[in-house]
Design a protein around this ligand. Structure first.
Ligand SMILES: [Fe+2]
Length: 324
């Protein structure tokens, strides 16, 4: 039994040419299939994700009642919606991005609260090395069709990019996102491209890495002071955060890259769930409607493969520290 499990992980690791790692040893009900080596398996999945693999589940690995799924899909979103997405912040129990009928908004709030709690429980067990060490970020529901959305260039979801949040610097921490396609009939379609390492080696210098790395004595301190004034306190932006924001924009602005880079098309089927570090896996949402997602920020001390973190790759290229 023990041999079979470790073989499965080795096989999964060897399948690096596949667009995702199919997880078959964690499912409902009960979570882990087999009681042996759960910690080792959890750690192996963390490592695969940190190294740029997408962890894929054919069926929901957490509980989300059918009536909640249906309620999310059946609202008149064009009337209710205020922002790009509906967002929920679990640490403060706040729902944003939606307005309308009070009973409807309260029901949405309760569905998002319950969804977020189930995901936190699921990730705490499936990726247990991160349990309790994360900073909980937003959950979101994305009710609009992604294809042909009319958004400003930097907000477009259909251009390849890595994620960076202007208002939430991670200071080297990583952005882990758990997505579920709640569309009962249609896939959610992504494009991905080469690894972060390959993209950084091709484009980081053109995107201004060296200037940011060498300017940290002045510019980063200025931004940190500004961040402190705005309420970010000690958690201001590091040169790493500044570079990642610029890299996000640089990739979206780079028409030649968007046109010519090698692309892998991923079709996430109805009710599939996938886990991905979106700060390193470049992605573009090409089509699909009704995705739900929870984000975790994983600090450097919780990583199982810190050498694969974008900040470490960028520090190596820049030859300078970018985080501290
Ligand atoms: Fe993104």
């Amino acid at each position: 039994m023990r041999f079979r499990r470790s073989t499965r992980i080795d096989e999964a690791k060897a399948m690096t040419n596949l667009p995702w790692i199919l997880v078959e040893d964690y499912k409902l009900p009960g979570g882990w299939v087999g009681s042996e080596q759960q910690q080792a398996r959890a750690r192996a999945y963390c490592e695969m994700a940190e190294r740029g693999q997408i962890l894929f589940f054919r069926q929901l690995p957490f509980d989300l009642p059918l009536e909640d799924q249906k309620f999310l899909r059946e609202q008149e979103w064009t009337e209710l919606r205020m922002h790009k997405n509906v967002s929920y912040r679990p640490s403060e129990d706040i729902l944003r991005g939606v307005s309308g009928n009070t009973a409807t908004v309260e029901r949405l709030h309760s569905i998002m609260r319950n969804y977020s709690a189930r995901i936190i429980e699921f990730i705490g067990r499936f990726l247990s090395p991160y349990n309790g060490k994360w900073n909980l970020d937003f959950a979101s529901f994305r009710p609009l069709e992604e294809e042909n959305r009319d958004l400003p260039l930097h907000k477009r979801n259909d251009l390849l990019h890595v994620d960076a949040f202007p208002s939430r610097p991670t200071r080297g921490g990583r952005i882990l996102r758990v997505f579920t396609n709640l569309n009962p009939a249609r896939p959610r379609v992504w494009n991905t491209t080469e690894s972060f390492d390959a993209l950084a080696r091709q484009f980081a210098k053109a995107a201004g890495l060296q200037e940011i790395a060498e300017d940290d004595s002045f510019l980063a301190r200025t931004v940190q002071n500004l961040g402190a004034k705005l309420g970010f306190g000690a958690a201001g932006r590091t040169p790493y955060d500044m570079f990642m924001l610029r890299f996000h924009d640089f990739l979206k602005e780079n028409a030649a890259f968007q046109e010519n880079c090698p692309k892998t098309r991923l079709e996430f089927p109805p009710l599939a769930t996938w886990i991905v570090f979106t700060d390193s896996v470049a992605h573009a949402a090409m089509s699909g409607q009704y995705a739900i997602e929870q984000t975790f920020l994983i600090p450097p001390r919780a990583l199982v493969a810190p050498e694969a973190a974008p900040y470490r790759i960028l520090e190596e290229i820049a030859g300078r520290p970018l985080v501290s």
